[in-house]
Ligand binder design. Structure first.
Ligand code: ZN
Ligand code: ZN
Length: 181
């Protein structure tokens, strides 16, 4: 099977354009096919009634149950995500893992225009997927691997990698492509 990225909506996504824009940019950045899958429901187990949010770690675990195919899974949702030590997260992934999840919830929160929202979503998707390939955070503020604590951080960075990260990513993508079976 050829290596690819599966792009999986969890629950309804209001803005269809955001899915297409993310998919186009992922294909361009990772030079791998990105397939938009039919939506799946958000795993109910991930819902925390005390916080009225969804635990992103539980969502990631549910995505990792799939087979050993050479794929990465990027899930996208509109519900608010958290990890226990933080109030909220824009997305979550494990370095070198199979899956990543991102949420549009906080990106909409300040009433940003559709154009800004799409840029935020693209940067977050590229950032979280890069972690699954093995990339770590970067100190260069404009690099897409700079960690975002607020949407301001996301707005101020590019959707591209700095030269150093770009070289590392090239090597990691080549390694992933070789995992074709
Ligand atoms: Zn990160
Ligand atoms: Zn960098």
């Amino acid at each position: 099977m050829l290596p690819k990225i599966k792009f999986l909506p969890l629950g309804p996504i209001k803005m269809v354009a955001v899915l297409q824009e993310i998919a186009i940019n992922i294909e361009k950045t990772y030079r791998l096919p990105c397939e938009i899958c039919d939506p799946l429901p958000i795993p109910e187990l991930a819902y925390d009634p005390a916080r009225d949010q969804y635990n992103s770690k539980i969502i990631l675990e549910s995505l990792n149950l799939e087979s050993q195919e050479p794929i990465k899974i990027l899930a996208i949702t509109e519900v608010d995500l958290f990890i226990p030590i933080m109030k909220y997260v824009f997305g979550l992934s494990i370095i070198g893992g199979r899956s990543a999840v991102i949420s549009l919830y906080r990106m909409y929160a300040d009433g940003a225009s559709n154009g800004i929202l799409i840029q935020r979503a693209i940067k977050t998707a590229i950032h979280e997927l890069a972690h699954t390939f093995g990339m770590k955070h970067c100190k260069v503020k404009r690099c897409v691997m700079f960690p975002s604590v607020s949407v301001k951080d996301t707005d101020e960075k590019d959707s591209d990698f700095c030269i150093n990260c770009s070289n590392i990513l090239d090597w990691l993508i080549k390694k992933f492509r070789l995992s074709e079976i």
